[in-house]
Write a new protein. Sequence first.
Length: 289
Amino acid sequence: MNAQPPPTVPKPSPSSLILTFYGAYGRDYPDGTVPIATLVRLMGAVGVDGPSVRSAVSRLKRRGLLTADRPGSKAAGYAPSAAGRQLLDDGDRRVYAKPQPDGRWLLAVFSVPESERGRRHILRSRLARLGFGNAAPGIWVAPSHLEEETRHSLTRLGLSAYVDLFSGTHEGFEPTAQAVARWWDLDALATLHHSFLSVHEPVLRSWSKRRRVPPEEAYSDYLPALDAWRRLPYADPGLPTSLLPAPWPGERSAEVFFALHGKLSGPAREHAVGRPGAVGSEAGAGAGA
């Protein structure tokens, strides 16, 4: 693969950072409710001002992902709704996984009646968000290790009746690497990895020179890294490295994230919830929310 120019890195949105915060730390709070004053303070540490936090919380409420702890009144705090908790739980299954592809593929073949074409759109969107590549109309493919998550997601959304799943190897007339390049936009995936590395690899280099890890500094570096990382395992679902252009930046971006996680996540939690150790789940970043 040719060297990539430095990508333009968009600033993380307040809504995204807040969801990432709830996934990483919100479930450590009693009943998952984070006081709004605490949320404003902790978002301030990653560059989000108070008005932006309140606006983002309002948007997340409208999307049905957060709920006020005092319905109908001026809330003192917010917690994930049932839908929000499901989103975070789904993220737990993916964000910290280290896929070990075995060369086998999961094939999703679906047929939706024209009278239910709206569900066809939902099904396509869900498969794409799970990391499937499109092999042909109505035929989607993913590494085999996504089977359990795919079953869980399609069943939860009431879409399983439209889908048949198959597992096997690729026996096409073209090399599998060429097929993978058709099924996924590898240039776009590489750009996502380079974008992550351009911001967070220098952060890791800086921390690698330090022995002390102050909790507030760890938090201010770790939360943006988690927010940037949490979409990558969905966009790049653990494709076999042998089938990808070399050198594939996904290997390095995973190394950088997990190194940052190992060094910063514990002290960051101490700052975010006021004590070391976790009460709830560790990841919970959510599926491309």
